[in-house]
Every structure is written in structure tokens, then in C-alpha cells.
Write a protein that binds this ligand. Structure first.
Ligand code: NAD
Length: 338
């Protein structure tokens, strides 16, 4: 079998530990990927003096496919988020985060939603600055965001196409057009235009983001596919992860026309790094999304089932899942089921 070339970035903090677990599991099931291992983030900064080496960019330009561990971003000063730079460098306009109940802890056992977050625009363009206020030249700060018609249309189209391809019934457009009349209003208008094209095939509703957050907690089963702007999508997808047992189980995909980067939703978890406490399941499920992306849905399904069965059986699971196991023990439990 010819292997599929893919870039592998272990990343920072717990990244190397979960990468070791995930590559072991993929190898065990007969991985279709041949990894080109590259560095990014703090690890790259400390070893080669830059958080995003040219070799890493070159590798992704070549493979157009990457599995990326979490990268530490310095708060306030320091370098600009490498995750953001990667999304911009490869025009990865869609951030796709599926959230489904795995852990049967009785809190929410019927969550099954997919959030399509616009990944390049909104407030994430990070155009910020100081202004004079009361005589203080830095007494006021501003942050601007922009949305484009093209950006709003392509993320909405991606959400509707996904709904059609995956037998989903409804897309909810989430906005704050009542207050941000231009920024969010234009997103809503353009999204409505795209929704019209799918009338009769996929249902559509609209929700204001604050009410949406409450409804997601009170009636999570009322949601199917959600499409929204960058910042709202960031917040709502972490909320969704919380509904199903936390960040340790939430994968995400960053998809563009020419490349795709898969990752766990969680960060580098410096508080538990190097202790073998990290749950590798979110990163493993990200590898599952990558298998689907390269046309291997059966392998993806097999992997997902092994994760779900292991987590539900609480077999050798990590502390965040209520167990006393560690990163490698849960990996072994998953391999035993594959
Ligand atoms: P975090 O997700 O790293 O950690 C939040 C909490 O969840 C911590 O208590 C952590 O121990 C726990 N946690 C996270 N992943 C876990 C796992 N796999 N298993 C068990 N527990 C897990 O968020 P943070 O602390 O806000 O951020 C730490 C760093 O990660 C920051 O530098 C941030 O910028 C970065 N970050 C990176 C990404 C990414 O690369 N995609 C995403 C989010 C945050």
C-alpha cells in the first residue's frame, strides 16, 4: 500500500506524550500515513530560534496534510500565535469541531453537533492598538475585526455541504447582528443567501450568540450543525466540549482549499506536561478526522469505536476521565480493542 505523506508536529507541553500514544495506536491499526516530523511553537523557538521554522512550512506545502499537537502561545507579548499563523499561511478558512457524547456520565447523553467556525476573519485578525484617553497616550485600546462576504459565504456553504453529505438535518446560523450590525449583520445576510440555495434540503434557523450559549446548555439536542464567526465559534466549541466531558475528548480540523491541519481542541496543558497524565483521545480523534479526510472512513470509524468503548468501559483511562491510568495505559486499552 502506498503511504500518504503527512506532516506530524508533536508540539509543546503534553504534545510529545500524546503524539507518542497516537502514533503507536495508528501503527498498531496499520496507519496509511508516512510522517514527516517537524517542529513548531515553543519547542521550535527553544531549539532552532523561531516558533515557525521554514522547514515546517515547506513540509506542509508539500504534504498539504498535517496532524498538529498543541502549541503554547505566550500571553500578552512574545510571538504571535503559531496556530493563527498556520491558518493564515494555508488559508484554512474552516474550523470544524464535531462534538458527540462519549462519556456516559448522565449529564448530557444526547449531544451530537458539529460547529463550523470561520477561521480567518472576525476579531482574530488581531488589529489592535492604543489611543490617547484622559491625557494618557495608552489610556484606551481598540481592537477591530472584519468579515468579508466571500468569507461568510464559503464557511456557510461548507457547513451546508457537510450537512448534506452527512445526513444532517439542520444548520443554525449564530450571530450578534442586533448589536454588531455591520460586522455580524453582514455575516448573517450572506449566510442567509447561501441557506436559500439549500431550502427544502437542509433546514436552517438563526440564533443570537448569547441566547445560543444558554440553549446549548439547556437543550443541546436541539443543535445539529452550527455555523458562526471566529470568536463566537471559538467560545461555543469549548462550551460544546464541556457538555460531553471536557477538552480531553474534543478534536478539530482546520480545512482550506489546498491543505488541512488536524488537532485536538485543547492546548499544551503545561500543568500536567511530562507526567503521563494527558488524555490522548482528543488528538487520536483528530487523527480519525484526518482518516475521514483522506477517504478512509472505515478506519476512522474503527478508531472512533475503540475510543468510545474504552472510555465508556473506563478501561485504564486517565485521571480527567475519572481513572487512575496514564497516557500509555489508555493507549494500550484502545489498541486492545482495535
Ligand atoms: P489547555 O487546554 O492546555 O488546558 C486547560 C486544562 O485542561 C488544564 O487543566 C489541562 O491540564 C487540561 N487538559 C488539557 N488537555 C488535556 C488532556 N489532553 N488531558 C487531560 N487534561 C487536559 O488550556 P490553557 O491552559 O488555557 O492553555 C495552555 C497553552 O496552550 C497556552 O499557551 C495556550 O495558548 C495553548 N493552546 C494551544 C491550542 C492549540 O495549539 N490548538 C489550543 C488552546 C490553547
Amino acid at each position: 500500500m502506498t503511504k500518504i505523506q503527512a506532516t506530524l508536529i508533536p508540539g509543546d507541553g503534553i504534545g510529545p506524550e500524546i503524539t507518542e500514544a497516537v502514533t503507536a495506536i495508528l501503527d498498531h491499526m496499520g496507519s496509511p500515513f508516512e510522517w514527516d516530523v517537524q517542529q513548531a511553537g515553543m519547542t521550535a523557538f527553544d531549539t532552532v530560534g523561531t516558533p515557525l521554522p521554514e522547514a515546517t512550512l515547506d513540509s506542509i506545502r508539500k504534504t498539504k496534510l498535517a496532524l498538529k499537537g498543541p502549541l503554547t502561545t505566550p500571553v500578552g507579548g512574545g510571538f504571535k500565535s503559531i496556530n493563527l499563523q498556520l491558518r493564515q499561511a494555508f488559508n484554512l478558512y474552516a474550523n470544524v469541531r464535531p462534538t458527540k457524547t462519549i462519556k456516559a456520565d448522565g449529564r448530557y447523553d444526547n449531544v451530537d453537533m458539529v460547529i463550523f467556525r470561520e477561521n480567518l476573519e472576525g476579531y482574530y485578525i488581531s488589529d489592535e492598538g492604543y489611543m490617547e484617553h484622559n491625557g494618557d497616550p495608552e489610556g484606551k485600546v481598540f481592537s477591530t475585526g472584519y468579515n468579508t462576504k466571500e468569507g461568510a459565504q464559503r464557511i456557510t456553504r461548507a457547513a451546508f455541504e457537510y450537512a448534506l453529505a452527512n445526513g444532517r438535518k439542520k444548520v443554525s446560523i449564530v450571530h450578534k447582528a442586533n448589536i454588531l450590525k455591520l460586522l455580524s449583520g453582514m455575516f448573517l445576510e450572506e449566510a442567509r443567501k447561501i441557506a436559500k440555495e439549500y431550502e427544502g434540503r437542509v433546514e436552517c434557523d438563526e440564533r443570537i450568540v448569547d441566547a445560543c450559549a444558554m440553549q446549548m446548555v439547556m437543550y443541546p439536542d436541539a443543535f445539529d450543525v452550527i455555523v458562526t464567526t471566529n470568536l463566537f465559534g471559538d467560545i461555543l466549541s469549548d462550551l460544546a466540549a464541556g457538555l460531553v466531558g471536557g477538552l480531553g475528548l474534543a478534536p478539530g480540523a482546520n480545512i482550506g482549499e489546498d491543505a488541512a491541519i488536524f488537532e485536538a481542541v485543547h492546548g499544551s496543558a503545561p500543568d500536567i506536561a511530562g507526567q503521563q497524565k494527558a488524555n490522548p483521545c482528543a488528538f487520536l480523534m483528530a487523527a480519525g478526522l484526518m482518516l475521514e479526510h483522506v477517504g478512509k472512513p472505515e478506519d476512522a470509524q474503527r478508531l472512533k469505536k475503540a475510543v468510545v468503548d474504552t472510555v465508556q468501559a473506563k478501561d485504564r483511562v486517565t485521571p480527567d476521565l475519572g481513572g487512575t491510568g496514564n497516557t500509555m495505559s489508555i493507549a494500550e486499552a484502545i489498541m486492545d480493542r482495535l
